[in-house]
Design a protein around this ligand. Structure first.
Ligand code: FES
Ligand SMILES: [Fe+2]
Length: 414
């Protein structure tokens, strides 16, 4: 295997057998070893708390600059769990802003298209009020009949632009925060995770494909099922076939986390085959096309790196392939799982073929996962058990649920 040119955080050495058992619990004893309650995946009351105290307060990734068609374009983003529609605009100078997609006259949904170039004015279909790219109200038909600014109760025309939403862009990813009274910056929210990726060349990657999967499961079922690699050697046939060789395993063939870190609210884990390398068909194909080792030339921590950005985003790397997940609750047992696949710009036809092969294999792998999510929800819903257990190799799940509980607790107090 070709050496990675630079690693931000070198992976840990493989532990010896005596150190391996309960390794992550020893690193993070505060996570405990207790079970996770079933109710948190089923209860309407719990879901309502998440809606209000998590999605209503946290920074949320709603897409990236790849969703624009260039400066002077827009996309509309509906967030069902918050009952909001957002109009996200990149103006002619490249500044990104998000607004409530609501007309200030009588509340009509302003833009109905999903995306496109910005019109001269965003014009409401009902009575034709028109708004500029920066949200300002520019045009009101029959303006003289309105009492703009006539008294305290009547805002002036200046105060009737589209309602802005707190928006920040990090490494091309667009985040919004619907808590108008919140004061934490996105950098504060990302904390050490943002810091750990600050030199990563995100602009060398382009969005090549997107899937939106309607998933019959609670949003945390979907996140948890992705946030562990324990299932890889078991789920057949694709996980077994494709996962083999790309993940560290012990001598019994069970997957092993090579490293796991809690970074504020967020987590990162890595796994690779530095311990015992077995080539996959994909890697063999890549090795042939890239004699200089094109798969591992990006400065990441290892061949498989999985970041969970609280609350509902995943940023993962597998060699030079970057994927993101955004898991959006729609109700307590229904969610949309958005999957985006990014690759470096291809230099050769061989690159392009390999990327496309990766794309379809990854899709097939995720199809296997989706079936599992619905089955998990059915099992939980039976309430046959009040709690379920997780092993030390599923420590990420334990950490996520603890972070979620603590975040809601803080939100309740604050
Ligand atoms: S509701 Fe938009 S112009 Fe009347
Ligand atoms: Fe999976």
């Amino acid at each position: 295997m070709t050496e990675v040119k630079e690693r931000i955080n070198p992976p840990l050495d493989a532990p010896d057998a005596a150190e391996e058992q309960y390794r992550w619990n020893r690193r993070y004893p505060e996570l405990g070893t207790g079970p996770i309650t079933t109710d948190r995946f089923l209860s309407e009351e719990h879901f309502e708390r998440e809606r209000k105290l998590v999605f209503g307060k946290s920074w949320l990734n709603i897409g990236s600059v790849h969703d624009f068609s260039g400066n002077g374009s827009f996309f509309v983003r509906d967030i069902a769990v918050l009952d909001v529609s957002l109009l996200v605009v990149q103006d002619e100078q490249g500044t990104v802003r998000a607004f409530h997609n609501v007309c200030s006259h009588r509340g009509n949904k302003l833009v109905w298209e999903k995306s496109g170039p910005c019109p001269y004015l965003f014009a409401c279909r009902f009575h034709g009020w028109g708004y500029k790219q920066d949200g300002a109200l520019a045009s009101v038909p029959d303006e003289g009949e309105f009492h703009f600014g006539s008294d305290d109760k009547n805002p002036g025309k200046d105060g009737l632009g589209m309602v802005p939403v707190r928006t920040e862009v990090w490494k091309g990813f667009i985040f919004v925060n619907l808590d108008a009274s919140g004061t934490d910056s996105l950098a504060e929210h990302l904390g050490p995770l943002g810091e750990s990726l600050k030199d990563f060349p995100f602009d060398a990657l382009e969005l090549r494909h997107r899937y939106d999967v309607s998933d019959e499961a609670n949003w945390k079922v979907i996140l948890d099922a992705q946030n562990e690699i324990y299932h890889l050697p078991m789920l057949a046939p694709l996980h077994r076939f494709l996962g083999g060789g790309a993940f560290a395993t012990n001598e019994d063939g069970y997957t092993r986390l090579l490293d796991f870190e809690r970074l504020g609210l967020h987590t990162v884990f890595t796994s690779d085959s530095d311990i015992e390398w077995v080539d996959t068909p994909m890697r063999t194909a890549v090795a042939k096309a890239h004699p200089d080792g094109g798969l591992t030339t990006l400065p990441i921590r290892g061949p498989f790196v999985f970041h969970v950005l609280f609350p509902n985003m995943v940023l993962g790397f597998l060699g030079d392939f970057m994927f993101t997940y955004n898991v959006w609750p729609e109700s307590v047992d229904k969610s949309v799982w958005e999957i985006r696949m990014h690759f470096p710009r291809p230099d050769t036809l061989a690159d392009r073929v390999i990327h496309d092969l990766m794309k379809v294999r990854f899709r097939d792998l995720l199809c296997e996962d989706v079936t599992g999510h619905a089955a998990l929800q059915v099992g939980l819903k039976s309430r046959a058990r009040d709690v379920f257990v997780v092993g030390d190799q599923e420590v990420q799940i334990r950490s996520f649920h603890q972070n979620l509980d603590e975040y809601m607790e803080r939100g309740n107090r604050g």
